[in-house]
Design a protein around this ligand. Sequence first.
Ligand SMILES: [Fe+2]
Length: 606
Amino acid sequence: MVLAVFAKRAVTVAPVLPLEVSGLRVAPLAHLTISWSAVPVDERGAEDWVGVYSPHDVPFLPDGVQYLDYIRTAGISHASAPLEIVGLGSSFSFRYHSVRNGMLTVLAESEPVILEGDGCVPAQSHLSFTGHEGELRMMWTTREPTPATPAVIARRLLQDKAVLRPFGNASSGVVAEARLALSDSKWETSLGTSHTYSVTELCGAPANITRPDLFRPPGWIKDVKIVGLVPDAKYELLYGHGDCWGRTVVQAPPKVAPDGEFAMIFYGDQGAPGISPLNDLKSHSPPGARRVIDEVARRSEDGHVKLVHVMGDIAYGLGSEFRWDWWGQHVAKFAKHVPLMVGVGNHDYCVPGLPPAKDPSRVAEYFEPSWGNFHEWEFSSHGECGVPFARRFHMPDNGNGNFWYSYDVGSVHVIAFSTENNFTRGSPQWDWLLNDLAAVDRAKTPWIVATGHRPAYQSEDYPSDTQVARHLRLDLDELWAEYRVSLVLAGHYHAYTRTCPVINGVCRGTAQRPRGPVHLTVGTGGSTLDSLRCRTFHWQESCMATYGFLQLFANPQELRVQFWGLGWQEDDEDPDAREKWGAFELLDDVRVGPYQQTSLIHHRNK
Ligand SMILES: [Fe+2]
């Protein structure tokens, strides 16, 4: 993300234009419209923009960098734009910026927009697995001045009862069906903890600069574990403290067992949607994030999707803390109903020369090998050093915090490993992987899916990343094969790719009768797509550039792997030129069967 600077000189004048927002006291995630008119238009008006500020009275600075987002007005005199405003615990304002002869002028400023309940109503609500059956973790954020003990009050919903009631004009005979959840069970209370983090925990600029568009306090992050849940049962949860409560209905995790079919969603590389859907392709907002999040939310409504797992490069905060808030609020559309699991990416964590004392992964030595691009600023977290990633989520405690861990869901053992920490043979993480794989109970979870961030197989070819891929193959391919890992999923490259079952660059069997894992790259969560064309490798079976996600179905016979992505016109080959995307389509669909041979390789002897 690059903060745009639109002019070298700036002046502020008394507002002379109407700039109106359709609501001034609204709910978080409200849909509004902003309108401007009477703009003096000439050929240079194409550079004009409306800046988004929070709090509303942020002083106007000559370089104009304290805005959070912007909407290009495209030199149109009278226009409006839809807004989706996400709460940050402070008011908002909008300012019309005119650029003429290299001079930036504020022609109009909106009235302050206040988000009702922002700061008290639980925000960024998300569930996650704890790694234990019958448990869920609920986290959310509020912004009270001092920490409060959070609680989740849960009751099981025992049945749904259909109720018919009149709708509209009763004389027309039109009726609508409503479902009323009934419960005879009593409320159970779970208490949790509240924590935050300060600017001093971050590791470098710009992330450790306190400013509205850089570090702003994240509020108090609530963390409550709920135990004793009946698998697959539906629960109503009230969560909060004092006068600040939220409500959701969730389904408890499925029983860990080899039978039954269910769906999971995986993707990486998303970023926080910007302020306006109109703006997604024209600002530093990730172009596809809003579409992917809203589609995943829609698919998560019926209870068939059991989890959403985001494989690193999550919010693209890159030092702008509010982007984590915005991402968290958008994904709460599904994550307050369906567990959200996260893995670490380079843009969440890497800081060249990170001192071990500041490293939230708490490893003895920061991973910065001579190969790859771990030491390059362009591929870093811009000073965040994994603090927002480590503190805003709480993954299972069976590995190393949020950096590497595993969990069982239904018939699948899912591993999240870190390609940003040392994964080479003999490292603590490699030893943990070996132990975790060896301990899998195949009678309960016959399928193993490993997820990381950087891919070992990728047919777009960036030289420094290709070095990392070579090491991932050298150190992990045989481990995956020996323990019959079916899928290895990654992000990092903003494209979708799928390989044959592959070990050390050689295809082993077919997807239906594999003798190695199928590797998939799904860095398609929303951030700008890669511009490199796919190269041809004998192990490559699919490669395409669009936004989307992997939907994985598991049943006792097979893993069904589907990639759903936005369609595009056949004659529009350049992803950057595709401003008008179509609907989500099934673009790849493959069935992966069980291994045809066990214990192929004895890695300990190598
Ligand atoms: Fe990445």
